[in-house]
Design a protein around this ligand. Sequence first.
Ligand code: TYM
Length: 331
Amino acid sequence: GKIVLTGIKPTGDLHIGNYVGAIRPAIELTQEPGVKPVYFIADYHALTTMRDPKELHDRTYEIAAAWIAFGLDPDKVLFYRQSDIPEIFELTWILSCLASKGLLNRAHAYKAKVEENLKAGRDPDTGVNMGFFNYPVLMAADILLFKTDLVPVGKDQIQHVEIARDIAENFNRTYGETFRLPEALIDEATAVIPGLDGRKMSKSYGNVIPLFSDEKTLKKLIFRIKTDSKPPEEPKDPEESTLFHIYRGFAEKEEVEALARRYWEGIGYGEVKNMLFELLNRKLVEPRRIYRELIDDKAKLDKWLAEGAEKAREIARPFMNDIRKKIGRLL
Ligand code: TYM
């Protein structure tokens, strides 16, 4: 079978970009024969930026509840919290020693931070902690420890999967065939869901539509999505419209084609916003209800996380032993 693995970082509200880019494709894959799904909460990745212990704790449970709300079957999916698996962190150190600093210098998030600092006339590494710099290596350990074949993610994570491959190849060259080479799995149509301002929807841009906002907030946010000032009757290119891109992330193919035709004929943005609200609300009303119930049932989530950790370590332990042998720690 093919091992499919993905993780979500518990920072900020989960948003519709996370859902369309990662959660939905990951859930759909669990229905396919021969797929072994491995999904986890990347809580120690969140530590690169998060300093509020209560927030880290609460956000972790929110992600667990969200997966269930969207239909993840706990009997079919290996699901755990990253920090429950110490083998991941041991492997991170070993992989750090096989990752060149130059490779990590080129990682998008770090490079962007350096450029921002230089532009502001600051030291290039201002505000950069070693966890942030080493982020892609921790992610490589997440992926490689479970012998992952496919990583369903949004476009912003492609480079991280490529870095994991690079590090795996280097290890294999040095110590012999050990790691499987993972591939990112991207749905081109939904790989980047735009946010309220038209840029990529992102916790760090503050332009998100949270997945579990109540109906009123959802409507308010949708009506805040930026549009141009073309009058209703003027023909419009749907590809240039944030509203259209979000609609396409949720609607059936025929509905998308129908809306595209309306754009070319001329449609008012108010009408599109109403259509988008109806669509999103219809898709999210049931998950929202389940999520609200679960988020108050910590005991249930705890039990589930504990079972997941147990099963994940059963897989991680023997493989980590192999790796220890390869590097000469155990012979
Ligand atoms: P995170 O938590 O930032 O995002 C979770 C997933 O959501 C996708 N995503 C989007 N997809 C489409 N449009 C958007 N606007 C959008 N915004 C976010 C992301 O691509 C991601 O798939 N580093 C990862 C977490 C991680 C991980 C891993 C993922 C840690 N270890 C191992 C896969 C495998 C992250 O920060 O995702």
